[in-house]
Design a protein around this ligand. Sequence first.
Ligand code: ATP
Ligand code: MG
Length: 287
Amino acid sequence: MQETKLKIAVQKSGRLSEDSTGLLKRCGVKFNNGLGKLKSEAENFPVEIYFLRDDDIPEYVADGVADVGIVGENVLAETDKKVDSIEKLGYGKCRLSLAVPKNFAYQSVRDFGGKRVATTYPKILSEFFNKNKVNADIHTISGSVEIAPSIGLADAVCDLVSSGSTLFTNGLREVETVMESEAVLIARKNLPADLQTILEKLFFRIKSVKAAKQNKYILLNAPDEKLTEILRLLPGIKSPTVMPLATRGWSSVHSVIDESDFWEIVEQLKIAGAEGVLVLSIDQMIQ
Ligand code: ATP
Ligand code: MG
């Protein structure tokens, strides 16, 4: 009998490709994603990876051609396909924003009333305008949205932004955020039990990789008389590890800290008397 495999759809080539295949690899899934490949079987885990256009992923997952997929929340919100959104993945972060030409005297969202707005996200945008009681004229185009105002196709645009440099080079100014987005793991509804088991195993690994990314391993030397104060700054998973150094009166302290508080904690540790601070990345963190 053929082994049951979970089919995972990821973007073939684009902004999410590298991070998505990288995530699977950090989960210990070994596969070959050579150029031009449409699908690849993992050597050591019961999954098969499909490389697709990102817009097609929700449909493939909803139809059961793939069991799970990784897409931007923006793509998911734009489709009417019914899939389960399982977990935000922490990469592919961007926002869908409204932008106007620099000379547009923008004051509030009401200024879009009666204006032509070009976008590839008509569903999300019309929901946003309805919510704000704005009656605008949405022009759906399939790409290069940012040039629409300069060629006279639209008065404003609604497009994905991360740094804002594309808008800036096209003489546009970001004025409203319509939605924030990042990559998410989605799954088809009513996944059979054998596939659900594989998904849970993969999901456990994804969570460990995500937790590891948010945390850093920190090692430092502390004079014993400052230990209490230093330990107060380092909560650790259970509690920090403290070991005596060969030099009397000094200890080595090991702990795990959240990346978001990282710089603040390091500064306070130095003030408290910590020396030789080393900070390491963590590959996986099993919780
Ligand atoms: P495909 O060929 O697969 O259809 P695409 O051109 O539609 O690719 P990309 O530009 O590769 O898509 O973007 C894929 C996803 O990456 C977007 O849907 C979005 O979720 C995310 N993303 C992150 N930052 C940005 C950004 N600055 N601009 C556009 N998308 C971004
Ligand atoms: Mg696309």
